[in-house]
Structure formats: structure tokens, C-alpha cells
Design a binder for this molecule. Structure first.
Ligand code: PMP
Length: 1000
């Protein structure tokens, strides 16, 4: 039949509906579709159908009428009656026209990112549609469609279109479908949409956290098993994600809120999703042959195959338990049964370990917050770990050292524990069994009768080593117990299928050479299902799967019922937040919409209480890496021996001062030790005032020098910011030397900016006042990682020195090699400060700061008044500071800053070309920043905040600063590697591609 032209479509609308429109053609699978636009901008959809069956057409309009009369949580199109008040218009050429209202919204397929909330809202929308269609009937809905999942066995004849792995997958789902048919046939039926694909779902216009707002195209609606709609929606909604099962659970969770799913429906769901995908790829293969030039048929073929392969790798039982869990059912159907059985049967540890004969427990905390385990070097040092266990054992002679069920742990440092999740990298951290820390060769005995199902060597670093799994059956109750980290002799003397009686010896604890490289212990776990695992049943899982796994692997303590064996959870974030609000200073702020609860640092990473690792690009304080073992040890050792003040002689303060002086230009030869950057600048200002006899201070706009009185007075960032105060009389603020968006932007703007200093000094002179000091950060960090232009500092220093003033370089942020090219940032500008202040990185997190000055300043400052500082220069701080300098040297961290910083800068510049929202990229070494701007250089603080929050979700911490809050700062620990930089760029690339970041 001839196709309708857009002109004809307009004429049809005018004639039958009396609406003047301009029509344009849209894609359509069965019907011809036209977008209609009136002169006032109102939109409609015209559908022209060749369908001869009037009943079918009536069904199409009645279903929409039914839905428009019911209260649905989402919008559905309505049918517009024609001039005769009929919902259908029969055209002379035998075709039928209908006009539908146009729903606003964005298509699901175009949304980036598709978040957990969005998937949840899709589930809710689909569930509410299912619910509302429960009481709708139409005879035409009882029809035969290839796209009806109930009918999908027609694809079995097409298996030979595929080969290799693809054929295996197709065949697998076809076979599973036949196996579930007896259950499937009896599942509840109703009229369903039957095609909730990613082009039939509308999403709201908010680009941050949008919701599903509409469902369209009911052309495939049919009376069939109700569950099919969910299977279809899943087949599209979980595409293009590393973890489709988790995504599916998020959709199902929403769906189940509106339509309560049954156990049998959930039981079939995994196979139905697979079968829908197999139908899609089969259909695409057929249509590709029929219409080799038409892309429409193959639009989702590639993502369907990708998903099918991933879905095939999901264990069906695990999927079923995940679905039950998300629907609030008991995760595993055996759970209650086990609980009842266990409540009637209590066991002693002496039955498990008869040679130990102890029945009390000392709970061992191995969580990320545990100080007992020390840092990564400590806990990976098995001799040390074992020594500490033995110490603990001596202190608790009557107890077994044990614990760990559902405990997050930082111990699993092998790469086999990491994967890419739907929100960036994820690691398995949650322990699913109980560990008993006992000597090698300790015999382990059966608590009850069982059959050996696994006796293997699970080789590899941080694996089980010798592993035995027993199966137990008590009436209808079936469960498994797992014994990990046994000796290899244990597994060679037992064979799969062997029956063990209660009290029989299962095996013996292995040593580190055969137990996966651990201090000797038994990993004891209970499972309701083997989930097809053979040699490596997980003993540790991902935090976001904790709820499902704990439902499959119950607490083994149900057998022992010892209170002291329960994992002590860390305090909830809410509790910490509430206490802070009530009892800590009100001005304290927390980063991020959802604050982080960080309990452990490890090199470039911070780790939260649940064991989630974040790549840290924020904390320049932890200069040589969080909890650097050598720095930690230096502090610990000195703290164990002595900590006093500088009134006694001590070599450590001299050694550190000497080491530091070697890093400074020779004219800076005298050192004062203090405890914070604020205190360092406070002292520097006092020195300048004492030395010059003047009070006037020059400082830079948006500069920050600390939180004490005198430094607040010269910190424009603070007194000109929120809750600020009028500029103090003796403070003179120079404009922010920002050559990108500042007052001057020409090539020689450094001079223009510096001339403000000249003018102020001259004016002061006229008033009879002299200048005490100029204080400036060598790169203005809070100001937005501003790199002052050429000659800026050189000129200012010249003016200040000529006027007899002191130049103070604040290196609190920028010092200690971070610049890469030089050890101090002021060295980049060829200037000679009289005083240099240092802080943050000096002690790698320990409160240590320094004022270095010239001999002349030091002498003039010595007025006879004692300078005493209780903590400044104490041996512990000095030992730490000295070690930081050593580590910077030994690990070549200044060179690393140059190399990795250079790489990062180049990559950021490449990103800037791709994403024009990046207005400027600047900095040196590992002290970088980039601005987010609109096309008129208008700052975009909301985008900066979106970016930082999304990066956090993806496992990377970034901070925002600058007067317009639109600069992302990058100043990571200096051990930041090229791989870390690549990871950062990869994730930035992801987020810059998201809808919110593209709208400005
Ligand atoms: N100067 C600069 C440049 C700083 O960034 C800071 C801290 N952000 C300080 C001084 C004050 O240091 P502290 O917080 O250790 O007192």
C-alpha cells in the first residue's frame, strides 16, 4: 500500500480533526507515524494504520481510554476524538487514522547517566501500569504475536543462525524456557504493554536525578503472562551496564512497590529476560537479511548481545535470590528452616576444635577502622600479623580469637577482589564467614553429619588454599558448611562424595604456603546453596551485595549463639552527624551532599567505614601518601621514647632543621617550628611588624593564610566571604592576579597587577605610613589554583623591598616538591622572600609547620622576649618531618609530580578540546585546577558541584574552590601515579559526557 506523505498527513488532520498542523514523518515499526505541530506549538501524534481488524483498532484506543480514566503515577497519551467525536477515523484508502496527544519528555535511550533512582522510578512506573491494567479486558487483546514471550518458542527454529558461544547462549535460554514452562503457564495473566523498550519510556526534563514520567506506544499490547512486561522492561533497562543484575534488582524493587510479585514469577524472571533478548537478536538477524539497508531493525542488536552474554554469566539461582531480596522476601527459601533448626541445636567450639577445648571468644576487629591491624604493610606482613595474634592469645588464654561475619575489611588487597561496577570500581570487602585464628595443624572436626562436595586446592594469593565444603541434610533442610585455609594434606586425604559423621576430623589448618598466604586460621561459612561454584565459593563479597549474600550465607553464630562473636558495627554516619551538630563548633562543614565516613588512609586512597576506596585528588596534606609506613613508624618510634619541647637539647630538631635548610635557598638560614599554617603566618606577620616597626600589610584578593586573628585580617577569602567583616584598616588588598578572568588578561598583565602594590605603597607613604609586609601564596589555592602571571611577584617584591618591607611567601599549600620543577613554588618566579611559611604537607598530616627566615630578620626579631612554643619543634614532630623529606627524596616524588603532573595537564587540555565547559586548565606539577564556564566565561558552580558529587560516586574525591566556586582543584598525595591520573581522566570523561554537564 502506498505510504502517506507528510502533506497528506496534514490534510487528514485538517479534514477529520479540524486541526491545522504541519506534519513530519517519524519512525514506525508497524504504523506510519507523524509528528503534528500547530501554529501555536502544540504537538500531536498521528498514527496511520493499515490494520483491517476494527476490533484491534478499537483495542488500541480503548486501552488508552482506560488508562486515562485511571490514576497512574506516570503520563500516558490520550486519544483525541475527531470532529464526529470518534476515536478512530476511517480513511477512503482503507487505512485508519488516530490522533494522540504528545507527551513531553526525553526518551530513556537518550538519558545519561541512568541512575539507580531512575531505574527505580522506571520500575514504579511499569508496576503501576501493570496494576492499572489488571482490571482491563478487551477481546482483541487475545491475539497471536511473535513478540509475545509466551509464544517465543518460534525462535527455536532459528538457532542455526548463530554459531559458537552465541549459539550456546541462545540454546541455553531456549532450553531453560522449556524447563520453566510448567510453572510459567500457570502464572497470572493480564493485558500488558508488551514493548516497554528504551524508546517507549519518557523521562523528566531535570538533568540531575530525573524520573520516569511517561510510557508510550501500546501497539504491541496483548493478554499474556503479567510478568512478561517486567521481563521486557528489564531487557532494555539493564543494557550497557557492567552489573546488569544489580540494575535489574533496582527496577524490580520499584516495580514490586506497585505490583506485588510472586515467588513463581520471580523464579521465571531470569529466563524470561534472557528469552526476550534471544527473541530480539533472532528477530534482528532475520530482519537484517530481509532489509539489509534498514537500521531500524538492528538498533539494539549489539547492546542486546552484550547484555545476553553478561546475563548468561549471571547465576540463575543467585539472580532469583537477588530478586527475592529486593522484593523484601526471605532471600533464600531455606533461611527460616535453618533458623528454626539452629535454634534447637547448639554447638560448642570445642566440637569444631576438640584439641583447643575453649568455648569463649575474643572478638577480633579487622574492619577498616581497626587500629589493631595497622596499615597495609603491617597486615600484609604475615610474621607481624601472626606475632600479634600470638600476643593476643597470650593476653586471652581461655579464649579463641575469632570474628568477622559481615565485617567490612581492608585486607583483600589482591586484584581478584576488584571489579568495575555500575558506579565505578568496586571491591569485595564484606566477609561472609567467621574466622578462627588458631595455630597451623589445628584439627577441625565435623559439627554434624555431612557429605564432602568439594575438596580442592583453591590456589592463589589471598585465596582459600586447602578448601573443603560439606553438604548437610536434615529432613527438608539442606545447607553447606565451608572450611577454608586448610593444609593440602587435608584435601588429599578426603575425597568428594565421602560421608563424614559428627565428630569426624575434616582436616587441619594450613600454613601460609598452602592456605592462600594468610596467617593460619579457619574460614568457616554456612551456605544454603552452592550457586554452581566448585572451587572458589566467595567468602567475601561486595558491599552492595551484602544483603543478598547474607541471606544465602547465614551467620554461623546461629550454631554457637555466643554474643561476643557478633561483629561490632561502626557507629552510623547519622549518629556522628547528629553529635557534631549538637556538640562541635557550628562553623565546621562537611564535604559532599552525603558526607563521607573515612576511617583509613592508604597511599593515594581513602577508605570509608564500609571498605569503599576513594582515589584522593584533594588531600595535599598527606603529601607522601596517606599513612606512609615509614612516616608512621618514625612518629610511633619517637613517641614511644620521648616527646618534650625545645628547651632541652635534642638531636632530632637539629637533624630536621638541617635537612630542611638544605632544601631552602642559602639566604633563608633560620628556622622556627610551629604547629599549623595559621601559626606560621601569624609568627611571620609578627616578625615583619617587629622588624620594620610598621603595621601595613599587603595581601592578595581571595588569599587565605589561616584561622587566627592576625592572619584572618589578611585573608580576603575569609573577611570578604560569608560571615566576613570589613577590611581591617592596616590591610591592603591587591586584585587577584588571574590572567584568565581577572582585571587584566593581557600578556604583560603581571606588571599591571603588581602596579597596584606600587600605588598602595606610594599612597601609604603620602600618609606617612611604611609597609611591614607583603604576604602572598605562591599559587593562590582558595582563589582557584591561580598561577600569578610572569613578573608579578618579581615586581611586587621589588616595590616592597624598596619600601623597606618584608616579603612573605606562603608555601603552606605549594611547598615540598609539589611543583615538580622546583621544591618551592616561589622558586618558579625568581624571587627572594625574606620569610617562607610552610605547613600542611610538612608532617604528612601530623601538625607541623615552619617559618624560615633570613638571618637579618631573625636577629631583628630577637628583641629579648622569649619565643616559646610548647609543641613547635618537639622530637616527635621533627622525626616525622625529617622522614617526610627523606621519603620525598627516596621515592623521587618531586620528579613524580613533574612527570605525572605534566601528563595530567596534557590530558586535561585534551579534555578541554572535547568539552568546551572546561574554560581554563592551569597549575604546575601536582597542583592543578580547571574552571567550568559557559560560553561567555560565565562561571558554572552548579556544574562543579555536580561533577564533584558524581566523581565521588565513581570513587574519586575532588574539591571545588575559587571565588565563583567553579574551579576543580587537583592536589593529590604526591604518590599519585600515571595510572591514577589515567583513572581520573577516564572518570572525568564519563561525567563530562553526562546530560547535566552538557547543558549550560
Ligand atoms: N596558608 C594557606 C595558603 C593555606 O591554604 C592554609 C590552610 N588551608 C593556611 C595557611 C593555614 O594553615 P592551617 O590550617 O594549618 O592553620
Amino acid at each position: 500500500m502506498t505510504k502517506t506523505t507528510p502533506e497528506q498527513a496534514s490534510q487528514i488532520t485538517q479534514y477529520y480533526y479540524d486541526i491545522a498542523v504541519k506534519a513530519s514523518k517519524l519512525d514506525g515499526y508497524v504504523d506510519e507515524n507523524f509528528l503534528l505541530k500547530t501554529a501555536s506549538g502544540e504537538k500531536f501524534l498521528l498514527k496511520i494504520s493499515s490494520e483491517k481488524n476494527k476490533e484491534q483498532l478499537d483495542f488500541q484506543v480503548q486501552i488508552l481510554k482506560h488508562l486515562s480514566e485511571k490514576k497512574l503515577d506516570v503520563s500516558i497519551v490520550e486519544v483525541v476524538p475527531n470532529k464526529e467525536e470518534d476515536l478512530l477515523s476511517f480513511l477512503p484508502n482503507g487505512k485508519t487514522a488516530r490522533v494522540l496527544t504528545w507527551l513531553p519528555g526525553r526518551l530513556w535511550a537518550t538519558i545519561n547517566p541512568k541512575t539507580e533512582n531512575l531505574r527505580n522510578s522506571l520500575g514504579e512506573a511499569a508496576g503501576s501500569l501493570t496494576m492499572v491494567l489488571q482490571n482491563f479486558e478487551h477481546t482483541a487483546a487475545h491475539r497471536n504475536l511473535d513478540w509475545d514471550l509466551a509464544n517465543s518458542t518460534w525462535i527455536n527454529a532459528h538457532t542455526n543462525r548463530f554459531s559458537g558461544k552465541q549459539k550456546e547462549i541462545v540454546h541455553y535460554f531456549q532450553k531453560r524456557f522449556e524447563e520453566i514452562l510448567p510453572t510459567y503457564k500457570n502464572l497470572p495473566k493480564s493485558i500488558v504493554h508488551n514493548d516497554l523498550n528504551d524508546y517507549n519510556i519518557l523521562v523528566s526534563s531535570e538533568l540531575n536525578n530525573p524520573k520516569v514520567t511517561g510510557l508510550i506506544d501500546f501497539g504491541d499490547a496483548i493478554f499474556t503472562q503479567t510478568i512478561n512486561d517486567l521481563a521486557i522492561v528489564l531487557a532494555y533497562a539493564i543494557m550497557d551496564l557492567p552489573d546488569p543484575l544489580l540494575a535489574a534488582s533496582e527496577v524490580i524493587n520499584g516495580y514490586n512497590k506497585n505490583y506485588k510479585l510472586s515467588e513463581n514469577e520471580l523464579d521465571c524472571l531470569y529466563t524470561l529476560v534472557g528469552m526476550r533478548l534471544v527473541t530480539s537478536v533472532t528477530n534482528a538477524s532475520i530482519k537484517k537479511e530481509e532489509f539489509p539497508n534498514d537500521n531500524y531493525y538492528v538498533i539494539s542488536e549489539k547492546p542486546a548481545w552484550d547484555l545476553l552474554e553478561k546475563w548468561f554469566n549471571v547465576n540463575e539461582d543467585f539472580a532469583y535470590y537477588s530478586f527475592r531480596n529486593t522484593c523484601g522476601m526471605e532471600t533464600h527459601p531455606q533461611a527460616k528452616n535453618f533458623e528454626t533448626w539452629a535454634s534447637k541445636n547448639t554447638f560448642q567450639f570445642s566440637e569444631l576444635f576438640p584439641t583447643i577445648a575453649k568455648n569463649e571468644i575474643h572478638l577480633l576487629d579487622l574492619s577498616p577502622a581497626s587500629t589493631w591491624i595497622g596499615n597495609k604493610n603491617d597486615f600484609n606482613n604475615l610474621d607481624l600479623f601472626q606475632f600479634k595474634i600470638e600476643q593476643l592469645q597470650k593476653e586471652n588464654p581461655s579464649k579463641i580469637i575469632a570474628g568477622g561475619y559481615c565485617e567490612p575489611r581492608p585486607l583483600y588487597t589482591a586484584s581478584s577482589y576488584d571489579k568495575e561496577g555500575n558506579n565505578g570500581p568496586e571491591s569485595r570487602t564484606i566477609h561472609l564467614g567467621i574466622d578462627f585464628w588458631l595455630p597451623t595443624e589445628t584439627p577441625v572436626h565435623a559439627l554434624f553429619d555431612g557429605t564432602v562436595v568439594t575438596a580442592v586446592n583453591d590456589e592463589g594469593y589471598k585465596e582459600y588454599g586447602g578448601l573443603i565444603i560439606l553438604k548437610h541434610t536434615f529432613g527438608d533442610l539442606e545447607f553447606f558448611t565451608l572450611y577454608g585455609h586448610l593444609s593440602l594434606k587435608s584435601i588429599s586425604t578426603i575425597s568428594e562424595g565421602a560421608h563424614l559423621k559428627k565428630g569426624d576430623c575434616i582436616g587441619y589448618l594450613g600454613d601460609k604456603n598452602e592456605n592462600g598466604v594468610w596467617a593460619p586460621h579457619l574460614h568457616f561459612q554456612v551456605m544454603f546453596s552452592m550457586l554452581d561454584y566448585k572451587i572458589d565459593f566467595p567468602g567475601v563479597t561486595y558491599f552492595n551485595q551484602l544483603s543478598v549474600w547474607s541471606g544465602i550465607c547465614p551467620d554461623p553464630n546461629q550454631l554457637f549463639k555466643i554474643d561476643n562473636l557478633k561483629t561490632k558495627y561502626v557507629q552510623s554516619s547519622e549518629k556522628l552527624i547528629n553529635f557534631r551538630k549538637e556538640h562541635l563548633g557550628k562553623g565546621l562543614s562537611l564535604s559532599y551532599e552525603k558526607p563521607l565516613h573515612i576511617v583509613r588512609g592508604e597511599g593515594v586512597y581513602l577508605i570509608d567505614a564500609d571498605g569503599k576506596k576513594y582515589l584522593d585528588t584533594v588531600n595535599n596534606v598527606n603529601h607522601v601518601g596517606h599513612q606512609h609506613p615509614k612516616v608512621v613508624a618514625a612518629g610511633q618510634k619517637q613517641m614511644a621514647v620521648l616527646n618534650t619541647n625545645t628547651r632541652y637539647l635534642h638531636a632530632e630538631v637539629i637533624t630536621y632543621a638541617e635537612a630542611l635548610l638544605k632544601k631552602l635557598p642559602t639566604h633563608l638560614s633560620v628556622i622556627h617550628f610551629v604547629n599549623s599554617g595559621s601559626e606560621a603566618n601569624e609568627l611571620a606577620l609578627r616578625m615583619a611588624k617587629t622588624v620594620t616597626g610598621h603595621k601595613e600589610i599587603l595581601a592578595i584578593e581571595v588569599g587565605y593564610h589561616g584561622n587566627t586573628n592576625a592572619v584572618m585580617d589578611v585573608s580576603s577569602y575569609k573577611f570578604e566571604g560569608k560571615g566576613g567583616f570589613p577590611k581591617p584598616e592596616n590591610t591592603h588588598i591587591l586584585p587577584l592576579p588571574d590572567s584568565y578572568r581577572g582585571k587584566y588578561t593581557s600578556e604583560n598583565c603581571g606588571i599591571d597587577y603588581a602596579n597596584h602594590a606600587k600605588e598602595i605603597i606610594q599612597n601609604l607613604k603620602v600618609d606617612g605610613k611604611g609597609i611591614a609586609a607583603f604576604i602572598g601564596e605562591s599559587m593562590i589555592s582558595c582563589g582557584g589554583q591561580i598561577v600569578p602571571p610572569n613578573n608579578y611577584f618579581k615586581e611586587i617584591y621589588k616595590f616592597v623591598h624598596e619600601a623597606g618591607g618584608i616579603c612573605i611567601a606562603d608555601e603552606v599549600q605549594t611547598g615540598f616538591g609539589r611543583m615538580g620543577k622546583s621544591f618551592w613554588a616561589f622558586e618558579l618566579y625568581d624571587v627572594q622572600p625574606d620569610i617562607v611559611t610552610m605547613g600542611k604537607p610538612a608532617g604528612n598530616g601530623h601538625p607541623l609547620a615552619i617559618v624560615a627566615c633570613t638571618k637579618e630578620v631573625a636577629e631583628k626579631f630577637n628583641t629579648g622576649m622569649e619565643y616559646f612554643n610548647t609543641f613547635g619543634g618537639n622530637p616527635v614532630s621533627c622525626a616525622i618531618g625529617r622522614t617526610v623529606l627523606e621519603v620525598v627524596e627516596e621515592e623521587g616524588l618531586q620528579e613524580n609530580a613533574l612527570r605525572v603532573g605534566g601528563f595530567l595537564m596534557a590530558e586535561l587540555k585534551a579534555l578541554q578540546k572535547q568539552f568546551p565547559i572546561i574554560g581554563d586548565v592551569r597549575g604546575e606539577g601536582l597542583f592543578l585546577g580547571f574552571e567550568l564556564n559557559g560560553s561567555e566565561k560565565n562561571p558554572l558552580p552548579e556544574h562543579a558541584s555536580y561533577l564533584a558529587n558524581r566523581m565521588k560516586q565513581l570513587g574519586i574525591l575532588m574539591s571545588i574552590d575559587g571565588p565563583d566556586h567553579n574551579v576543580l582543584k587537583i592536589k593529590p598525595p604526591m604518590v599519585f601515579s600515571k595510572e591514577n591520573a589515567e583513572e581520573l581522566i577516564y572518570r572525568l570523561n564519563t561525567v563530562f559526557g553526562e546530560d547535566f554537564m552538557k547543558s549550560f
